[in-house]
Design a protein around this ligand. Structure first.
Ligand code: NAD
Ligand code: TYD
Length: 357
């Protein structure tokens, strides 16, 4: 029997590639990965599934409506999980344009292409279709010393990144309310794990440490993030996509609040154990305090009660096990990191699939 088809946007990114690896390994879905391959898209993260008959890759910009329409017509998917985005806060501060374009205009183009396709379906196919929008807890703004973000916390995005994600969340919500378009939305806390681009805190610190470079800590290092291992997020996404209630929002988080300083100190201790420096000095000596990020959100923390109670999701990793796995992965995959740092990953498709015309 033919496999049902699922579109995943942004599948060459950090979380998208983890989700695709999970779905190819553990589900029956045929996956069509729709990715523009920006600097953050890396097909090398998908080398383990690249030749699977249930995996298809299409290099497409989600802002390209005609290309999206053609893709829906060609593959007739049962659903979409939308992860494609510009995702790095610091980049959004230096150049917000791409964030507005991809996160807002791109989500709009994708919603309209998906809605046009959905309206063309017969009643049974229409009833089976769903659009899952993947978002962030950063849309809720910054917490003080107490409290947690719930699904009903008011939106108060502070960075160009979170504002663009908040806008896309609102579009998705409105498409459900106005057109009855079948959507679910998830808002997740900070992820970490294999294949994360080394611009984000954890892979950047690992990469700098093993390269003997300073570990730049913004401000005092007392900002708090709530960390979740990426495979736990991927499992949650699968659960919400397959079983979540239409029109609902689910917060996803691991109850792992840490200050940035705690994260960096734990990473340094793990590296001291797993890859001691040649001169015998501790990695923590590389810590350097640098100017704070403008508008730096103080604290994020997720209340994940709803997804636990309604869909029986719980994370499998705690911060200690997840971080150890992550450090070990970066130490074992120096080639992946070297290709990213050198820019060579951009040639991976040409080398492995033949040159593009
Ligand atoms: P990422 O930056 O690693 O990957 C983004 C992917 O989207 C890349 O493969 C990139 O090539 C692709 N992309 C970008 N613009 C595109 C466009 N116009 N058309 C098609 N593809 C495009 O991001 P990530 O960390 O994997 O995050 C994935 C999603 O999860 C994002 O929507 C992000 O907002 C959300 N999220 C991330 C985190 C986190 O901690 N990383 C936490 C919560 C939610
Ligand atoms: P980041 O990984 O960029 O995720 P986000 O800003 O989306 O939460 O940053 C995580 C935290 O680490 C954040 O408080 C900023 C801080 N940070 C540093 O202190 N130094 C760095 O070099 C980076 C990239 C981040």
């Amino acid at each position: 029997m033919a496999h049902p088809t699922l579109f995943i946007t942004g599948g060459a990114g950090f979380i998208g590639s983890a989700l695709i690896r999970l779905l190819i390994a553990e589900s029956d879905w045929r996956i069509v990965n729709i990715d523009k391959l920006t600097y953050a898209g890396n097909l090398e993260s998908l080398s383990s599934v690249a030749n699977d008959p249930r995996y298809v890759f299409r290099q497409i910009d989600i802002c390209d409506r005609p290309a999206l329409d053609a893709l829906f017509a060609e593959f007739q998917p049962t659903g979409v999980i939308h992860l494609a985005a510009e995702s790095h806060v610091d980049r959004s501060i230096h150049g917000p344009g791409d964030f507005i374009q991809t996160n807002i205009t791109g989500t709009f183009a994708l919603l309209e292409a998906a809605r046009g396709y959905w309206m063309s379906l017969d009643d049974t196919a229409k009833a089976g279709f769903r659009f899952h929008h993947v978002s962030t807890d950063e849309v809720y703004g910054s917490l003080g010393d107490t409290g947690l973000f719930t699904e009903t916390t008011a939106y108060q995005p502070n960075s160009p990144y979170s504002a663009s994600k908040a806008a896309s969340d609102h579009l998705v919500r409105a498409w459900h309310h106005t057109y009855g378009f079948p959507v679910v939305t998830t808002n997740c806390s900070n992820n970490y794990g294999p294949c994360q681009f080394p611009e984000k805190l954890i892979p950047l610190m690992i990469h700098n440490a093993v390269s003997g470079k300073p570990l730049p800590i913004y401000g005092k290092g007392d900002n708090i993030r709530d960390w979740l291992y990426v495979d736990d997020h991927a499992r949650a996404l699968r659960l919400v996509f397959e079983q979540g209630k239409l029109g609902e929002v689910y917060n996803i988080g691991g109850h792992n609040e840490k200050t940035n300083l705690e994260v960096v100190d734990t990473l340094c201790a793990l590296l001291d154990e797993l890859k001691p420096r040649a001169d015998g000095k501790p990695y923590r000596e590389l810590k350097t305090y640098v100017a704070d990020r403008p508008g730096h959100d103080k604290r994020y923390a997720i209340d994940a009660t709803k997804i636990g109670a309604e869909l029986a999701w719980t994370p499998q990793e705690n911060f200690e096990t997840g971080l150890r796995k992550t450090v070990q992965w970066y130490l074992d995959n120096t080639e992946w990191v070297a290709h990213v740092v050198s820019g060579e990953y951009r040639n991976w498709m040409d080398t492995n699939y033949g040159a593009r015309t």
